[in-house]
Write a protein that binds this ligand. Structure first.
Ligand SMILES: Nc1ncnc2c1ncn2[C@@H]1O[C@H](COP(=O)(O)OP(=O)(O)OP(=O)(O)O)[C@@H](O)[C@H]1O
Ligand SMILES: [Mg+2]
Length: 333
């Protein structure tokens, strides 16, 4: 089993451009609040022009997760995480890799002719976020871009349902999954998006049980996957039939962990949310970091809740102000 790297994240490298806006502005753009909207380059530019005063932070779900693993590692080190995805051969793509490396992530970015992907995140006064995502170069990632040797030397592969959205990315995800399985690398998978579950439900239901060691999802995603109307305990119970560890996230209330058939409810940490961006991503980071440290699953889940509760108190997935030792202590390490 590889131990040279901790979490190998594979997904869509996106620059997040976060702006605080009014409800009226979101209505004017014409998107339902709280949704993730895929847009083309021109639409992305148009939303950016409306949303003045934005901040740029490297984003993309799995990149947030590995950055957060690296941030926790500052308190007590685990091997460095890796990140792979496709960016444009442009200044944004270069900057993206530079920032990840500076934050302790080994970046393995493929460089493509399309522009670097970007996600404009509009945060309304109710702290809800509405996203406009231009995937650009992300969509060009192919199986040939995957560094299988490096993956084989990692403890976990982490990827999300977003990889199923283009055929070549899906092929890359499948290759990563089978490589991980062959090399004894644990696969951690986040369902990531209710729309993806709607689209790829049958594919997930056949791929997950054969590959996934740790499965993450929120209530809506697990209901779409396993059955509408199911209560949390039932969902967590059924999710445990898909993977040895399954974690159901339930927002401010925390999560339910199914560890080899034993379901535990783990309470969240009360905070005043500012922006819920990256809650799920940091949750995965906390959980996987705990597993890397050999924590019992309930402690990993508490750390996941604690880190996720912290990230919703800042704008975007901005880990700069994180005190990892404090987070570990608050979780009860
Ligand atoms: N308002 C909140 N207060 C405290 N903790 C929160 C809050 N919202 C989310 N969290 C924490 O973040 C975790 C993940 O949030 P959530 O259940 O919304 O998952 P998600 O839908 O995958 O998130 P995301 O919107 O980032 O994809 C929760 O399990 C909880 O630990
Ligand atoms: Mg999520």
């Amino acid at each position: 089993m590889g131990q040279e790297y901790s979490v190998f994240g594979l997904e869509n490298p996106l620059f997040d451009r976060v702006a605080a806006v009014s409800d009226e502005l979101v209505a004017a753009v014409g998107a339902p609040k709280g949704t993730m909207n895929l847009v083309d380059h021109a639409q992305m530019r148009r939303v950016l022009e409306l949303a003045r005063g934005f901040r740029s932070i490297p984003g993309g779900s799995a990149a947030n997760t590995v950055r957060a693993v690296a941030a926790l590692s500052r308190a007590r080190a685990v091997p460095p995480p890796v990140y792979s995805g496709a960016v444009g051969c442009d200044p944004e793509g270069e900057e993206y890799g530079r920032i990840l490396e500076a934050q302790g992530v080994v970046a393995r970015l493929a460089c493509k002719q399309e522009p670097t992907g970007c996600s404009v995140i509009l945060v309304t006064p109710d702290r809800e976020r509405t996203m406009f995502t231009f995937l650009g170069a992300c969509r060009e990632y192919t199986p040939a871009d995957l560094d299988q040797g490096l993956l084989a030397r990692s403890r976990y592969l982490y990827l999300t349902g977003y990889m199923w959205d283009t055929e070549n990315q899906r092929q890359a995800a499948l290759l990563a999954g089978s490589t991980a399985l062959a090399e004894g690398v644990g696969v951690a998978f986040d369902l990531a998006d209710p729309f993806a579950v709607r689209r790829y439900r049958r594919q997930y239901l056949s791929w997950i049980p054969a590959h996934v060691e740790v499965l993450f999802g929120n209530r809506e995603e697990f209901r779409l996957l396993l059955g509408e109307g199911l209560a949390d305990e039932e969902l967590a119970g059924l999710a445990g039939e898909l993977a040895p560890q399954a974690v159901l996230k339930i927002g401010a209330e925390g999560c339910l962990v199914n560890h080899f058939g034993r379901v535990t409810r783990v309470a969240g940490f009360p905070v005043t949310p500012v922006d819920t961006t990256a809650a799920g991503d940091c949750f995965a980071a906390g959980y996987l970091y705990g597993q890397l440290r050999g924590f019992p699953p309930e402690l990993s889940a508490r750390l996941a809740n604690r880190l996720a509760a912290w990230i919703v108190t800042v704008v975007g997935c901005d880990l700069e102000g994180l005190d990892p030792a404090e987070v570990l202590k608050a979780a009860g390490e």
